[in-house]
Design a protein. Structure first.
Length: 586
């Protein structure tokens, strides 16, 4: 009996000399396809970071009062000053602020109304693009040395991780040093010790000097990879190029020769001060915060040494579709472990400190994504091997790919849900101050007061006009609050007597009373209508705007930590973040 010949591409037996094409093989081919070009990777990362720049909240009041507010004073002549910027203490370096003044400069042409908000978003966009650039560099280094599936997984985690959403556009030295550590990791993988030295010097001197501990594994690698005298020479040149401008800029702003970097080290490291005054946390603090910000990625990242040992080197080393170094076996599990080792070193170092803050871990966030991506690749290899020993190839391969797809999908959904929860639940402070009417021209200053919610004030960039001034009403807080920079006392060169380095409350830093405020931002309980702050006669105030804000204490843990459409709005309890105007005030 004659049979019809099957054309090429039709299901069934394959043409002679070619393997059959199955759904499983097509999925495998997609996962092992050649890595994206650095430009394409940067484009994806830039898109994710610009979304963060537009939507991200202020996660830490340190970003507002120690960086955004002094920068606002440098640009516009007003802003809050913390004790660290008092000339008698001089713990903060102004060169860090000037780096961020550059992208904000074009907005100065728009004036002091809504143009200040444009300046804020220009700063955030610049931070996001800087983060994307260093991440794309590390992605390129990974793609050149390792299996394309590892590079793809790393890029996916960078784009969706809620920890990266939060940290990449925060104006904090820990984020700045995160960019530097990411660049150093790329330089190490590419075998460029002098790039590692330059990145470390910039990150430590202009960013956060305490994070020098995170660079220690790379320092050891540099000692083994480069001639000692040449490495020391490059290091000295980098230190000269960073310390020199830092000292000159501080001389200009503080009005005297001072070593802000040393002042900071002396207070926080050597023992001249006591950072524990600002709170202490237990040893599980960073694990809890890491799970909040990375969900499944954190345990995967911490398990990498064990998973890499179990899976063997071939699970991560480059294969078909990888770069030249990958095909020649130039990757290596040990080199990858060295690349991510700052994560473990830094996590151990900051866990040992009694004073802990979520932003401290930002430094190693991209390495969490890299270690988790490597663990996923190792798990996939182990799964295929185990299932292959138990089941026929036709059954084991689809199961392995289904497991990998389920893990990646779960990771992405959790990450996006967490980022959405942060914006939806806690985004009101970023918007409420922009509801103030714009005031322009000369005239009396307009006090905008806040009490218990002082630490959620986003920045003076959100006050639409040059005459608004933030003031604090007494709300029971017993620590040291900032106060307005005073140009009549020298501005950045002033040494206000109302500052101390022991976090002692200073009554002079409070506004006399709520009755002297033109506007107040506070929280209101929806059920009772009561305010969190004491404002006196409520009939003297009228509502300008009210936005929903999560009542975390009375909302379930799951639906407040993750935004679940339909369920979170139904289960969570909301309060009102309100802007009130005193009747008769300007």
């Amino acid at each position: 009996m004659l049979r019809r010949r099957r054309p090429e591409g039709e299901a069934g037996e394959a043409p002679e000399g070619r393997p059959a094409s199955t759904p499983t093989s097509r999925v495998a081919a997609t996962a092992n396809a050649a890595a994206l070009s650095p430009a394409a990777a940067f484009a994806l990362l830039a898109a994710a970071r610009l979304i963060s720049a537009a939507l991200n909240i202020i996660h830490d009041c340190d970003e507002t009062y120690n960086y955004l507010e002094p920068l606002h004073f440098v640009l516009y002549g007003s802003g809050m000053q913390t004790w660290e910027y008092g000339a008698q203490f001089a713990l903060r370096a102004y060169i860090y602020l000037l780096l961020h003044a550059v992208p904000a400069a074009p907005a100065l042409l728009l004036g002091t109304g809504r143009g200040k908000l444009v300046a804020f978003f220009l700063i955030k966009a610049a931070l996001g693009l800087a983060s994307a650039a260093t991440e794309a560099w590390l992605y390129r280094a990974i793609a050149q040395r390792y299996r394309p599936a590892l590079a793809h997984c790393f890029l996916l985690f960078l784009c969706v991780a809620s920890g990266m959403f939060a940290s990449s556009t925060s104006m904090l030295p820990s984020s700045f040093t995160m960019y530097a550590l990411t660049a150093a990791a790329a330089g190490m993988l590419e075998g460029s010790p002098y790039r590692v030295i330059a990145a470390a010097a910039i990150g430590v001197v202009w960013g956060w000097c305490v994070a020098g501990f995170a660079f220690l594994p790379y320092a050891l690698w540099v000692l083994a990879a480069a001639p000692l005298f040449r490495a020391v020479g490059v290091l000295l040149l980098c230190l000269l190029g960073t310390l020199g401008p830092l000292a000159l800029v501080d001389r200009h702003f503080y009005g005297c020769w001072t070593a802000s970097l040393w002042n900071f080290i002396q207070y926080n490291v050597v023992g001249g001060g006591d950072s524990a005054l600002y709170g202490v946390e237990g040893p599980a603090y960073y694990l809890r915060n890491g799970l909040n910000n990375f969900q499944l990625l954190l345990p995967l990242a911490l398990a990498l040494p064990l998973l890499a040992a179990a899976a063997g080197g071939d699970a991560l080393r480059g294969g078909k579709g990888g770069g030249a170094k990958a095909r020649s076996g130039g990757g290596g599990v040990l080199r990858l472990l060295l690349c991510v080792s700052p994560l473990y070193v830094w996590l151990g170092a900051i866990t040992a400190l009694p004073h802990k803050e979520e932003r401290f871990l930002y430094v190693a966030y991209p390495l969490v994504c890299l270690a988790a991506a490597a663990s996923c690749t190792a798990l996939w290899s182990l799964g295929r091997r185990l299932l292959g020993a138990l089941l026929p190839q036709r059954a084991s391969a689809p199961l392995a790919w289904a497991g990998a797809a389920l893990l990646l999908a779960s990771t992405c959904l959790l990450a996006l849900s967490r980022s959405a929860a942060l914006v939806v639940n806690y985004g009101a402070p970023m918007r409420i101050y922009t509801r103030l009417p714009e005031v322009a021209g000369h005239g009396p200053l307009v006090p905008v007061c806040t009490g218990a919610e002082w630490y959620r004030f986003p920045s003076a960039f959100h006050l639409p006009g040059e005459r608004y001034r933030l003031q604090f009403i007494n709300s029971g807080f017993t620590g040291l609050l900032p106060r307005q920079f005073d140009a009549s006392q020298g501005g950045t060169r002033a040494a206000p007597r109302q500052f101390n380095d022991r976090n002692r409350e200073e009554p002079d830093n409070y506004w006399p009373s709520a009755a002297n405020c033109s506007y107040v931002v506070t929280l209101r309980d929806r059920a009772s209508g009561s305010l969190i702050d004491e404002l006196g006669d409520l009939a003297a105030w009228e509502e300008v705007a009210a936005l929903p804000f999560l009542d975390a204490a009375h909302s379930p843990a799951l639906t407040r930590a993750f935004y679940i459409p339909g369920l979170s709005p139904a289960k969570n309890r909301q309060m009102d973040y309100v802007l009130l105007r005193r009747k008769g005030a300007q």
